[in-house]
Design a protein around this ligand. Sequence first.
Ligand code: NDP
Length: 382
Amino acid sequence: MPAPSSRFASDLYNLSYLTEQPIPDNEGLSPVPEHVVIIGSGPAGWAAAIYAARANLHPLVFEGASIEANRIAGTLPLGQLNLTTEVENYPGFPKGVLKEYMASALPPDRLEADFPVGLEEHAHAVTGPELMNLMRQQAVNFGTRIISDDVVEVNLKQQPYQLTSLEGQKFETHTIIIATGARANYLGLASEDKYKNRGVSACAVCDGALPIFRNKPLVVVGGGDSAVEEASYLTKYASKVHMLMRRDKFRASKIMAQRALDNPKIQLHYFREVDEVLGDEKKVTAIRMKNNKEGGTEDIPASGLFLAIGHTPNTDFLKGQVELNDKGYIKYTTLMRTYTSVEGVFAAGDVADDYYRQAITSAGTGCMAALDAERFLAAKGI
Ligand code: NDP
């Protein structure tokens, strides 16, 4: 059995066990069309892979390329969760030692009877990167094959469908699960663009610990859960974090909003937007904020600007071949199914969800998409 060529092997992980599951060595097209190709490597992609692999469909996952352009765009492998710290709301990973909790919650006889054997010292809680790597490992354990590259083009006009990777490889497949997620938005200011990677970022967890931000005042834009999460995280390093909100209300959940209100290092600025990013040759030195209620601007010294103003779905590569909604998210065509406008092409996770956008809902629709693909293939006798 040939080992996968080095260009397919991820440079991030030791995937020696992938040799058990060869990736097509395709000069041109793969000799046999794949049963299911999954594009994307967030919770939706891995959940789809786990289910498809357990259905013996030998899924092939394009997890994305670890390249600088994807880092800047926020579309690196393992998705947005890989850019976060602790994940507090994914069921099954509570903080704390299970036995201690059960001892406090159950009468002694039930504790004895109910306690899972072998978990005496087991403490849970999970970070985003841990959770994503666990999901990836789980998918690989069942025979998922992985290509660390982007899909840049699809031809969905004929079956089997054709995919082209960034490296120019072509693949054929009977079904596709699109799970490419969504990426962070920027404001679109020229000065913001100028200072990207020199103080402007859309990922506090990726960049917040950099020396240029340490013990300096920083600015976070947005009033959603992400903004609070980013601002709270940055307070570990910054001397102070200014949160700019364009209204006088949070969009964040109450518990998260309270977290920002209670943090003495976070200063809230209502009705404020970024007018310009100011800096010298090398770095950001201040943010000019405008008062969108009363007019006027004010410069606040800052070494960094962190955007947390929502997301854009990663659907550019579909180039009009799958029906999208007015915000660019893939449209589901049937209630409680992951069907798209193209037969045999399914969508899962944030790429088709501008409403829930949670790891758990993404994983749920990933599972649904795999079951939909399996049933589609069975109905076609493939
Ligand atoms: P949201 O859409 O919830 O919030 C975006 C924020 O950015 C809003 O405050 C919005 O303002 C503001 N905004 C948008 N565009 C601009 C602009 N051009 N200029 C200034 N401000 C702007 O996105 P999030 O990324 O925060 O959250 C997405 C989803 O992920 C949510 O469902 C959230 O609950 C979830 N999430 C959960 C977390 C958790 O549970 N720990 C952590 C992070 C995210 P306005 O309100 O005025 O529209």
